[in-house]
Write a protein that binds this ligand. Sequence first.
Ligand SMILES: Cc1cc2nc3c(=O)[nH]c(=O)nc-3n(C[C@H](O)[C@H](O)[C@H](O)COP(=O)(O)OP(=O)(O)OC[C@H]3O[C@@H](n4cnc5c(N)ncnc54)[C@H](O)[C@@H]3O)c2cc1C
Length: 527
Amino acid sequence: MSKAPRKRATDDTKATRSKATNTAETTADEESESLDALLGSETSTNAESAPKVSVGEELGRYDYDLIVMGSGPSGQRAAIAAAKLEKRVAIIEQRSVIGGVCVNTGTIPSKTLREAVMRLSGFRDREVYGASYTVKERITMDDLMFRVNHVIRHEIDTMRHHMMRNDVDVISAQASFVDSHTVRVNFSGQHGFRDIRAPRILIAVGTETTKDEHIPFDGDRIMTSDDIVDMKELPKTLAVAGAGVIGLEYASILAPLGVRVTVIDKRTELLSFVDSEVIDTLVYEMRQQRATFWLGEEVSRIEPYEDDAHGPRVRLHLASGKQVTADKALYSIGRTGATANLNLEAAGLSADSRGRLKVNEFYQTDVPHIYAAGDVVGFPSLASTSMEQGRVAANHAFGVEVTTMPSLFPYGIYAIPEIAMVGKTEQELTEAGVPFEVGKAHYREIARGQILGDSTGFLKLIFHLETLELLGVHIIGEGASELIHIGQTVLTFGGSVEYFVNTVFNYPTLAECYKVAALDGMNRVGG
Ligand SMILES: Cc1cc2nc3c(=O)[nH]c(=O)nc-3n(C[C@H](O)[C@H](O)[C@H](O)COP(=O)(O)OP(=O)(O)OC[C@H]3O[C@@H](n4cnc5c(N)ncnc54)[C@H](O)[C@@H]3O)c2cc1C
């Protein structure tokens, strides 16, 4: 397939001017690119359900081959995948910087904050040097954010570079539908709007924090998870309403800094999809850091007030009549698909009550040439899976054969201590009537665990009682989110627990836990 050379976008404005033209301004070069693009897609089409576009349509009427709304992990990955197929791609981002929730307010900031806390608080060394050990006295938000901002800046730079290198036009504007092929890009301030068209569109707009109307959020005393990294000072006390993954991550990250954390959730069981022994250990560790849990309690109202002794504070009124007071409250009850301003109806689409879009296994919506990927399609709402969804969607859109996302993926919870899991839990297997056995290794029995000073971590293998096939791996402790991938690989290939018994791991490593847990499990079944 011959390719016409494509113009490199040097900056957002130029990119917008050169590509985001209306129909009448479509150039001969662009038309020939379109024809190449079309021929490319026809010759490589394997996926029958990929949208078909006629030559006439492709030639005259489109500014791009693919328009991507949103520059988070799913949008970026889709844009790059399409660009690698020599397609003309525009990615529209309403924030002033690309990267989405992942880079700017969610994954990267929270994980970097965690790392900063671990290092500056000396948390990893407290087992050896004592509970009061700290690397820096009086850790401030500025200390923590120094590292966070450094990483965010680097990630944004790297992503922008990828976009430029792949000739993806980055348009800084808010996107909405005019019709199912036309996207309006609304520039902020006095810059007006422009309509651009493409035969294929990907909705990758992610989510926004869910805000209950009765909660008086002010981004300071009463925060959502987006506000945490904007805190000017660390509070002495923090009430966390909502013990989902995000709420628990932040509660456990701030507790080792001496912040007195109270976690409130209306459910009586924390993270029910996680192994219950793992959760027990997390709660134990957080209680060691003086965290308090109020489970089975619903927050009905939050009220800011002035306290003579402590200054500005918040009071959380619980449905049971109890009250919790704190310097700040983090209200974290989930996220809603960011579809409210997309004018979905114009494209023949509608979202569910949580702003989410329904898609098939290739991330096609009910309108086949419009795809949706990432958090906007709901579960599992991870950066890791969002990236893959974007890649699958873009390849499918251009008729490239692609296997859909694997159903088996690891889950990491970056609390302190870290948690990771892959495969089934004991509870799921019990409910499904699958006979299983468990093998466990505690970090404290492994040389590397002693060296690291992690005495509470453990790794648990769950395997089929008769076939010995590995069914699930659950880890809590240092390095859990890395260690899990060994288990993921064996699970993916349908391996048995005997693999771990017979293999050799580096010594001393935490990976050795796999062997010790396998031996423990085999002893239980008399193997
Ligand atoms: C606190 C927190 C911690 C997390 N930790 C992890 C973790 O450890 N591991 C993990 O895998 N995942 C984690 N996640 C989840 C992860 O961040 C998301 O799964 C991921 O960012 C979703 O990617 P996305 O492509 O759907 O888009 P998002 O990252 O949500 O980005 C969407 C982008 O679209 C833009 N946009 C929205 N509407 C428009 C519009 N109309 N026009 C133009 N642009 C628009 C938004 O401004 C945004 O930049 C975390 C999330 C949070 C909030």
